[in-house]
Write a protein that binds this ligand. Structure first.
Ligand code: ATP
Ligand code: MG
Length: 419
């Protein structure tokens, strides 16, 4: 028997409803912020991620699914959503003034070769947001408000907290990196990755999953902020508190990807059940990425959330997002002549947005009613010779047990009114 690849999932029945509910709820929130969807390819040139996410990042150095196509071009299954969007923006010239600010969201699978565990898969889904063309502190604050709106909409706002940091920018970044390097070279017991990072990308050591605890006394990034950055960070913190988010300043938060500048954040689930998979949303400002990928100088901010982790949290807390999964009507035809009429009736109903199920398995009346119950049908109709003769039909309401006789020609209107 052929099995699915390790770290992937088949999503069906209740699980697929959970995905739908979660996606719909979050997309509705994103639409209230006037974001539009963008879809980009599942695979991209490998170079795109090497040049954006960074060669020393875990994602690029260890986690990419890489392959050559038949012409020998090197591609990867996309490990994240930001670089492809920036690529698309540059390629399609979406930086033209008429498109700006560009306010986008995306939903789709990402691929990383990691050790599968709870909340960590090789194919997982992200919902992400990218806002390009604005470098305003108010936009930064609005991004935090968006996190608040999302967590409230999915009813986990009391169970999360937000780690914030502000990456030093410009000249101050160079000064900080020098200080940090001085601090780092004194260790003689760092992991192999960190030994490389000290020289190639010292900032990255700070969120090393192995050496993390050794760096408690590392120079504090926020003490190196320029006056302007310091003020902006304070403004964000104050506004964030007003929004009501539980906020921690986390000096060692640097995020795994290379392209961040300024505000960065991670939203964490407070219970320990997800272990080291407790980060559910992560993002920040990346004002240099568009330029670094040969586009214009265009500021940007964004974040991405892991759908599987959110679903685990909803399950753990028995949170039901309360979308209606029942159908509006279940129809039963008692003869082949009745079936012809039935097919006509249900096509009309479906053309009018009524959710209908019918039976082609020749079930008994009893088992049809059982099936209707299982599908949470709100109404049932039975079509037999009498209905054909009188052209009238009885709508049996399954919730309040009311029975209403209507002309078949009025059925659509009746069902629409009752929805
Ligand atoms: P982690 O430290 O858990 O590996 P990350 O920093 O690699 O996370 P990001 O690249 O910031 O993660 O991705 C944003 C979000 O996507 C994460 O916060 C998480 O919710 C989700 N995510 C990342 N990798 C996976 C994975 N392998 N399986 C499931 N969800 C994931
Ligand atoms: Mg990771």
């Amino acid at each position: 028997m052929i099995q699915k690849p390790r770290g992937t999932q088949d999503i069906f029945e209740i699980k697929s409803k959970q995905y739908n509910d979660l996606e719909n709820t979050i997309i509705n929130v994103l639409k209230t912020y006037n974001l539009n969807e963008i879809r980009t390819p599942i695979f991209e040139a490998k170079e795109l991620f090497v040049r954006s996410v960074g060669e020393t990042s875990d994602v690029v150095s260890k986690e990419m699914y890489e392959f050559f196509d038949k012409k020998g071009r090197e591609f990867v299954l996309r490990p994240e959503g930001t670089a492809p969007i920036v690529r698309s923006l540059i390629e399609n010239k979406l930086y033209a003034p008429e498109f700006l600010p560009l306010k986008l969201y995306y939903v789709g699978p990402m691929f990383r070769y990691e050790r599968p565990q709870t909340g960590r898969y090789r194919q997982f889904e992200q919902i992400g947001v990218e806002i390009l063309g604005v470098d305003s502190v108010y936009q930064d604050i609005e991004i935090l408000a968006m996190l608040d709106s999302i967590t409230k909409a999915i009813k986990i706002d009391t169970k999360v907290e937000l780690d914030l940091n502000y990456l030093v920018t410009g000249k101050q970044r160079e000064i900080y990196i020098k200080e940090l390097t001085k601090f780092l070279v004194d260790f003689d017991d760092l992991c192999d990755d960190c030994e490389v990072r000290i020289h190639k990308n010292p900032l990255r050591t700070l969120d090393c999953k192995i050496d993390f605890n050794k760096f408690k006394t590392a120079p504090k990034m926020t003490s190196f902020l320029s006056k302007e950055d310091e003020q902006r960070f304070q403004q964000i913190l104050e506004a964030g508190k007003k929004i009501g988010l539980k906020i921690n300043i986390n000096q060692r938060l640097v995020r795994g990807l290379d392209y961040y500048t300024g505000l960065i954040f991670e939203l964490k689930y407070l219970e320990s059940s997800l272990g080291s998979q407790s980060t559910i949303i992560a993002g920040g400002r990346y004002n240099n990425l568009v330029k670094d990928l040969d586009g214009p100088d265009l500021p940007a901010i964004g974040f991405a959330m892991g759908v599987e982790r959110l679903i685990l949290i909803l399950e753990e807390n028995q949170i039901n997002l309360n979308h209606d999964h029942g159908i509006d009507l279940y129809t039963i035809a008692l003869s082949s002549e009745a079936m012809i009429l039935n097919l006509e009736i249900i096509r009309d109903l479906r053309n009018n947005d009524i959710r209908v199920e019918t039976d082609y398995l020749n079930r008994s009346l009893k088992s049809n009613f059982k099936q209707a119950e299982k599908l949470q049908a709100k109404n049932v109709i039975v079509i037999g010779d009498n209905e054909i003769k009188t052209q009238k039909i009885v709508i049996k309401n399954q919730i309040n047990k009311a029975q209403t006789e209507v002309k078949i020609s009025d059925l659509v209107e009746e069902m629409k009114a009752g929805k």
